[in-house]
Design a protein around this ligand. Structure first.
Ligand code: KG4
Ligand code: ZN
Length: 362
């Protein structure tokens, strides 16, 4: 079964063809990073215009790379939520038009849930993988972690399509906190990867500053990163004088100081995530079988320290760790097409009344 996935929820215009829900035949991503860099963040109006210009060339490129023609597709899938409404509308309109004109099923996919699926995708063909089935079911039940620029949440998954949200951020998403921290440190856009790179430089000390690791109430599986961000702000600029004026900014930091601050921030942010995963594992209901794997997705799953810490945690807890390859950490359409396979199999298709929604389903 071949599914075309379309993704346009934020600032990446993406299309992909995935076979049998697992094998990536093509994965095309047109990033808008250059367009938004001067504003240090995504400008929604510019994003939707760029999606409208790029969506058809990107779909064509995905079909070309997959060496398939439009008539060979079995379904059209689209990320219809959550995201910037103007951006989502472009992908949803394109997917509806394709599904209607080809008379193929339309599948609506929650972008956040799709991030959890991205690590299960394979870049080999069905034949090369040599699997008797798709090899998906033995990853469940799973604990899921999504860490992106807009979302940070923990899930319990009993299958790719059966999931329950256990907790989420009560303020900033983890990627948002990394991006704001990078701005405080005077690093160029996009902030998260640049902060990660700086934190890895030789001599950068993750214990130079004891930044707060948010715990919230003892049973909470929610996250909070705003205190950590403010703590970094005050460490860089000093406490604000009346009227909110700061005495200094990142320009007075020496290179070594900046690297220590980046490494210490990253350490605290990652420890806060690890703490909640440990809690979720320790406090899962006794009535449920414990998770056998940890599925991780979203832009921040590319973070070097997070990957290292999750690898350590998974080994200690005897969990199978499923981390996406670098191109699948960011927003992509292969994860949309992959998850759509399971939604389609479960009869969860959409019709032409499908709406774009700014929020996640759960
Ligand atoms: O999933 P994604 O591409 O878009 C959303 O759906 O939000 O995630 C983008 C986020 C940005 O905040 C970016 O700074 C962050 O992921 N990010 C990273 C790293 N790579 C991307 N944050 C920390 N370390 C990284 N290596
Ligand atoms: Zn995303």
């Amino acid at each position: 079964m071949l599914i075309l996935g379309i993704e346009s929820s934020c600032d990446e215009t993406a299309a992909a063809v995935v076979e049998s829900g697992r094998f990536i035949r093509s994965n095309v991503i047109a990033s808008q990073n250059d367009l938004h860099a001067e504003y240090r963040g995504v400008v929604p109006e510019l994003a939707s215009r760029a999606h409208a210009e790029r969506i058809l060339p990107v779909v064509r490129a995905a079909l070309h790379d997959a060496r398939t023609s439009i008539g060979d597709l079995d379904a059209i899938a689209v990320g219809n939520r959550p995201g910037l409404i103007g951006s989502l509308l472009v992908g949803v309109a394109a997917a509806k038009a394709l599904a209607w004109s080809l008379d193929k099923p339309l599948v609506a996919v929650d972008h956040v849930h799709a991030h959890l699926y991205s690590g299960l995708l394979m870049s080999t063909s069905v034949q090369e993988a040599g699997l008797s089935d798709q090899g998906i079911s033995d990853h469940f039940p799973a604990l899921g972690l999504v860490v992106s620029g807009g979302h940070t949440a923990l899930y319990r998954l009993d299958s790719p399509t059966t999931l329950r949200r256990l907790g989420g951020t009560i303020d900033d998403a983890l990627g948002e906190a990394f991006d704001k921290a990078a701005t405080i440190l005077g690093l160029p856009y996009p902030g998260g990867p640049n902060l990660d790179r700086l934190a890895q430089t030789a001599g950068a000390n993750p214990r130079a500053h004891a930044f707060p690791i948010s715990r919230l109430s003892p049973d909470s599986l929610d996250f909070s990163f705003s205190g950590l961000k403010t703590s970094l702000l005050y460490r860089v600029r000093g406490l604000p004088a009346p009227g909110g004026v700061f005495a200094r900014d990142h320009t007075s930091l020496a290179d070594g100081e900046r690297a220590d601050l980046a490494a210490s921030f990253q350490h605290a942010a990652v420890q806060a995530v690890v703490l909640k995963i440990e809690r979720a594992l320790d406090r899962g209901p006794a009535s449920e079988p414990p998770p056998c794997s940890l599925l991780v997705g979203g832009g921040v799953s590319a973070n070097s320290r997070l990957r290292a810490e999750l690898t350590r945690l998974a080994a200690a807890r005897h969990l199978r760790l499923v981390l996406p390859a670098a191109p699948l950490c960011v927003d992509n359409a292969a994860m949309i097409a992959g998850l759509a396979f399971h939604l389609h199999a479960a009869g969860l298709t959409a019709d032409l009344n499908l709406q774009a929604m700014p929020t996640t389903a759960c």
